[in-house]
Design a binder for this molecule. Structure first.
Ligand SMILES: Nc1ncnc2c1ncn2[C@@H]1O[C@H](COP(=O)(O)OP(=O)(O)O)[C@@H](O)[C@H]1O
Ligand SMILES: [Mg+2]
Length: 481
């Protein structure tokens, strides 16, 4: 029997009668300028986001090769300690509710800390799917605050004060709408003190993608993607686009084989800010509309005075994971953009290359995709959105390569398809359904769950769903603290 006290009350006053998300009632923020500016600067902002992100990935990779000097280490741990103190002081009563343990993540828009949830037993913990399991896998409680039960942990996401209030509220609202969805990280509560907002999420143990993706078998992949697609199917059923699907936003624990989707910082509702795009027309209408736009002279050179109106579309996301329609500035993007990004993760795992795409900007990203699909298919994909794709790069072939060929090449297995197992071929067939250039032909998350590839791991019940027993290395961190 778990020792959890019966659910008593919800945390704080964030849940009103109609169960819609509401943040504190402090005076309106004075950050209107930033919000307005953001509306105009969205594109540049996202570009920077992606750049910072890839840079930090590159930095981390380098870090693992050269060890940090002890002086740098000390300076950075002092800084982390300082930031943690500051955060604890920013909210009255923080120390009675949470005990910060360590920094676990630093994303583009936030820093995330692991903390012990000291007041767990005083609240409604219906978000906690493991609450009845604690006794079964509990280790003796050595450290204070846990009583007889294993301490429970939360992830505290400190959203940077430079994020626009609209964006912060959007993330919290969408998480609130998605409560109860399979494999989506629930939001426990959120606090605001002046311009600082923190979101409280259940802590999910997970491993670094780079440490496990090379060892994954095909059934392992099926289980990973089943979990990711279950999350996406629920998100998409709510008509929400995540927009930033990538390994660091899907927290996966290979030992328990459980995953959870996080980071709705760039998510948006389908249709938000959208304008009709040719890709939603039937082929005949599209052809008729395209005819006057296609000028043969444009194929030979760029016009000196380009009088065509510039096109604006949401391109939020991370470099290397953006769907072709995002690169072609489709103005009517759909949930299918997320499916493409999942395809990129699958391609990464099958090819054992991370990052698989490594472009500096959107034009390079198009070239990378065109290298796989070939010039001809890329031109068709561009026309779907009223764009023309022309290139004179000699190495860019007309028909591109097959996914089988790319995977055999990148895993150094010659060029005979006989070198691929039947399970691998099934995974590659699934990959081609996810990385379909035309979003209307791309598989949906709901359909993906019915695909034979995602059913592969279903019989393997051995360790699936069991919380990991691995010793909690954070107990050591707590000792040091
Ligand atoms: N609920 C959680 N449990 C454990 N770690 C988390 C949790 N949420 C976030 N993290 C860690 O923090 C990182 C950044 O969080 P994320 O929500 O993606 O913020 P950002 O918008 O800054 O990218 C994640 O990649 C992950 O390593
Ligand atoms: Mg993130």
């Amino acid at each position: 029997m778990a020792t959890a006290v019966p659910a008593t009350r919800r945390r704080d006053a964030f849940w009103n009668e109609n169960d819609s998300f509401r943040i504190h009632e402090d005076a309106p923020s004075t950050e209107d300028t930033e919000m307005n500016e953001e509306a105009h600067q969205e594109e540049d902002d996202e570009d920077e986001t992606a750049e910072q992100e890839t840079e930090s990935l590159a930095e981390e990779a380098q870090e693992s090769e050269e060890s940090e000097s002890s002086e740098d280490e000390a300076a950075s741990s002092n800084q982390v300690q300082y930031d943690m103190e500051k955060l604890q002081d920013a909210f009255p009563g923080f120390r009675q509710k949470y005990r910060l343990i360590k920094r676990i993540g630093e994303g583009t828009f936030s820093t995330v800390y692991k903390a012990q949830d000291l007041a767990y037993d005083k609240y409604d913990n219906s978000w906690d799917l493991d609450r009845d399991n604690y006794d079964r896998w509990a280790v003796p409680p050595i450290f204070g605050g846990g009583g007889l039960r294993k301490p429970t942990y939360v992830a505290i996401k400190k959203i940077y004060v430079t994020s626009s209030p609209n964006r912060i509220l959007n993330e919290l609202e969408l998480l609130h709408d998605l409560r109860g969805c399979d494999s989506v990280c629930p939001l426990i509560t959120a606090f605001r003190s002046t311009d600082q907002v923190v979101a409280i999420l259940p802590y999910f143990r997970h491993a670094d993608f780079r440490d496990y993706f090379r060892q994954m078998t095909i059934p392992d992949m099926a289980i990973y993607f089943r979990s990711l697609f279950s999350a996406l199917a629920s998100v998409h059923a709510h008509h929400i686009l995540h927009r930033d699907i990538k390994p660091t936003n899907f927290l996966y624990d290979p030992s328990s084989r459980r995953g959870v989707l996080v980071d709705f910082g760039l998510a948006e509702r389908e249709g938000y800010d959208s304008k009709p795009c040719l890709c939603h027309d039937d082929p005949a209408t599209r052809k008729a509309k395209l005819k006057p736009l296609i000028k043969p002279e444009l194929k030979k050179a760029y016009p000196k005075e380009d009088t065509r109106p510039s096109r604006r579309a949401n391109r939020a996301g991370t470099r290397g994971f953006r769907a072709p329609e995002v690169l072609f500035k489709c103005t009517e993007q759909s949930t299918k953009i997320d499916v493409w990004s999942v395809g990129v993760i699958l391609l990464t795992i099958l090819s054992r290359r991370f990052p698989f795409f490594n472009s500096a900007d959107d034009v390079e990203a198009m070239i990378e995709i065109a290298t796989i699909f070939g010039r001809q298919r890329m031109q068709h994909a561009a026309l779907l959105h009223g764009c023309m794709f022309e290139t004179n790069i000699p190495s860019l072939g007309r028909s591109g390569y097959s996914f089988e060929g790319i995977i055999l090449w990148s895993t150094s297995r010659g060029d005979s398809k006989d070198n691929l197992s039947s399970e691998e071929k099934l995974a590659i067939e699934f990959l081609s359904r996810c990385m379909e250039l035309d979003p209307s032909k791309r598989i949906s998350a709901k359909e993906a769950l019915q695909h034979d590839f995602l059913r592969l791991g279903l019989d393997e019940t051995s360790s699936v769903g069991e919380p990991s027993e691995a010793g909690d290395d954070d107990e050591m961190d707590m000792l040091k603290a």
